[in-house]
Structures are given as structure tokens and as C-alpha cells.
Design a protein around this ligand. Structure first.
Ligand SMILES: [Zn+2]
Ligand SMILES: [Zn+2]
Length: 83
């Protein structure tokens, strides 16, 4: 069932990751500390309780970071806009 991954050719540096939430595989250009798929990031984003609005993201400066972290969801999970 992993045959399609063998044939996949990366453009630039890509990582094959496994979502720590639901366990499904996905690709990211970031070697994420806590890999999370697009589906679960949407859930994570909607959970206001996990966001600390007292702090600003150390990377993009947006207010609202993941609780206990110094970065917002987009920066931490690598879902920031490309280009
Ligand atoms: Zn997931
Ligand atoms: Zn950020």
C-alpha cells in the first residue's frame, strides 16, 4: 500500500510525516516537531482553549500562540502561506 510513495519524487526538501493526532500520512516541507495533517490542523485551530492570546508568535508576530509554546498554530505546524 506504500507503492505510490516510492514513486513520488520530491520537489525540494519534503518530509513524509505521520499525523500525531489521527495517524494518517502526509507530506510537508517542514520536518515538524509535532506533525499534524490538514484535517486535524483545522480542528486544532478551532480549539480556542489551546491558544494563549496573551503571547505573540515568535516567528510571525501574530497574537495567539499554542499554549506552552512560543509559536502560533500556523508557524508551529508549518501551515503558513507559501510564497
Ligand atoms: Zn490528522
Ligand atoms: Zn506565527
Amino acid at each position: 500500500m506504500f507503492n505510490k510513495f516510492k514513486r513520488w519524487k520530491p520537489k525540494g526538501k519534503m518530509y513524509s510525516l505521520r499525523c500525531f493526532q489521527c495517524g494518517s500520512g502526509f507530506l510537508s516541507s517542514f520536518n515538524l516537531e509535532a506533525p499534524i495533517c490538514g484535517k486535524c490542523i483545522q480542528k486544532a485551530k478551532s480549539l480556542d482553549s489551546t491558544v494563549d492570546y496573551e503571547k505573540e508568535c515568535s516567528k510571525c508576530g501574530n497574537r495567539g500562540v499554542i499554549y506552552g509554546k512560543a509559536m502560533c498554530h500556523s508557524c508551529y505546524f508549518g501551515f503558513e502561506k507559501q510564497g
